[in-house]
Design a protein around this ligand. Structure first.
Ligand code: HAM
Length: 439
């Protein structure tokens, strides 16, 4: 049976790119002082309706919502911010700490029309910072994104778009202005935009219908209509980014598709993605924590789409790190198979950074990928398989070697063979993982 439309089974080698992307994200987030958070995939529908906005495409058309057995309306999470805010409020984190930095990685669900880079089950990696209202927090969030793209080899292949969308003080007046501008344009707008212009006019800027675009261009710009504190905040963000050497392009139409944002809104577009080129997006959301019953806590975050990142990594031909050594143990005869497992156990224990074994310092923590061939085939077939797997070394273990506490090491590139004792094991390790770069 096929998976559901817009949902995919994932395999190697694509998942090697995902692991690379996730491990870099996790490592960078931890190094910036973020702690991980994992929230349930299912939440009450009301959480998303209240935070993202009833009139947004995500809540209005794209959520997987259904009634549970007791008649409660629940939804698969379409994004991570609202659940993280709910969780942080519920755990009392915001009341206890002046700054809370959280990151998450996981699947999200939106019933959209699938295409390249757009899935119904997709995966996000995101960060959220709660606490200070300072523009420096906006700069830190954006700097984190830039540092991440650089760390995975996408430096220079993403473009940062920036806008301000005002706050509860200045946005209502702007929305009135926008409504009257839209009233004059009704004829040329699509049916959805005609409704949006009455109910939630900012969402007109999110419209993907080609014929609405030229009209959106003529509308008043929100950045020109924000109040003095919002303008000062935005100026400070821009100055901060300049100080950090982060290039951006101002985009007056960037309003993001969710209602919770205030002030700074930003998005990264990446090369090689086609029409779905928004690889990451986020912004400030200073009113959401209080709207969800928590303390009044300014916040900022962004999320990155894993599917789009994987496409961008492939388009950029980013080479993934491999193990410093790929070894396969080839047992000859059934009796040798468990001995081969024991040999792997011994090598892994000796290479572990925690090993008490008297290894030279440089040998500790080296990564050696070790497979054991349990096919029961003869040596020739096993060697053929080892070459196909891309192994650098084969360790051949037959009855004679087991009796003599030895192993035959075959270098699969040069074809050279040598016999090594199993005790002590250090010379064998030195041969398997010679000094040099390792991941
Ligand atoms: P978003 O812009 O809706 O923001 O999604 C963030 C990223 O998720 C997008 O830039 C895109 O890469 C990816 N994405 C969204 N929908 C899909 C899809 N159907 N298929 C594949 N990838 C997709 C948010 O979700 C906010 N929660 C971000 C945020 C965090 N704002 C503040 N903190």
């Amino acid at each position: 049976m096929m998976p559901l439309k817009g949902m995919r089974d994932l395999f190697e080698p694509e998942l090697a790119r995902w692991r690379f992307a996730e491990s870099h994200f996790r490592a960078l987030a931890l190094s910036f002082g973020f702690g991980e958070v994992r929230t349930p995939y299912l939440e009450e529908t009301a959480l998303f309706a209240r935070s993202l906005g009833e009139k947004t495409a995500v809540v209005g058309k794209e959520m997987y919502s259904f009634l549970d057995r007791k008649g409660l309306s629940i939804s698969l999470r379409p994004e991570g911010t609202a659940p993280v805010v709910r969780a942080a409020v519920e755990a009392g984190l915001l009341a206890q700490n002046p700054v809370v930095r959280l990151f998450y990685i996981g699947p999200m669900f939106r019933y959209e029309r699938p295409q390249k880079g757009r899935q119904r089950q997709f995966h996000q990696m995101g960060i959220e910072v709660f606490g200070p209202a300072s523009p420096a927090v906006d700069c830190e969030g954006i700097a984190f994104g830039e540092a991440y793209f650089a760390s995975v080899g996408l430096k220079g292949r993403t473009t940062l778009l920036l806008n301000t969308i005002g706050c509860g003080t200045c946005r209502p007046a702007y929305l009135e202005k926008l409504k009257s501008a839209l009233a004059a344009l009704q004829e040329g707008l699509c049916a959805d935009c005609r409704e949006r212009s009455r109910e939630n006019p900012l969402r007109v800027f999110d419209c993907k219908v080609e014929s609405c675009r030229p009209h959106a261009e003529t509308l008043p710009k929100i950045a020109d209509a924000v109040c003095a504190p919002c303008r000062d905040h935005f100026e400070a963000v821009k100055t901060g980014l300049a100080r950090l050497g982060i290039a951006y392009r101002l985009d007056p139409r960037l309003v993001r598709g969710l209602d919770y944002y205030t002030r700074t809104a930003f998005e990264w577009r990446a090369e090689g993605l086609g029409s779905q080129d928004a690889i990451a997006g986020g912004g400030r959301y200073d009113r959401l924590t209080s709207a969800l019953g928590g303390p009044d806590t300014p916040a900022l975050g962004f999320a990155l789409g894993m599917e789009r990142l994987a496409i961008a990594l492939e388009a950029a031909a980013v080479s993934l790190p491999t193990s410093s050594s790929r070894v396969t143990i080839l047992p000859l005869g059934e009796g040798a198979q468990v001995e081969a497992l024991a040999l792997r156990q011994k090598i892994c224990a000796a290479l572990s950074p925690l090993s008490p074994a008297p290894l030279p310092r440089g040998e500790r923590g080296k990564t050696v990928a070790i497979t054991v061939n349990l096919s029961g085939s003869g040596l020739k077939t096993q060697l053929r398989h080892a070459n196909k797997e891309g192994a650098n070394f084969a360790l051949i273990l037959g009855d004679n070697e087991i009796a003599a506490r030895e192993v035959v090491l075959k270098n699969l590139q040069s074809g050279l063979q040598e016999t090594h004792p199993l005790d002590p094991i250090a010379p064998l390790l030195e041969a398997l993982a010679p000094r040099g770069p390792h991941c």
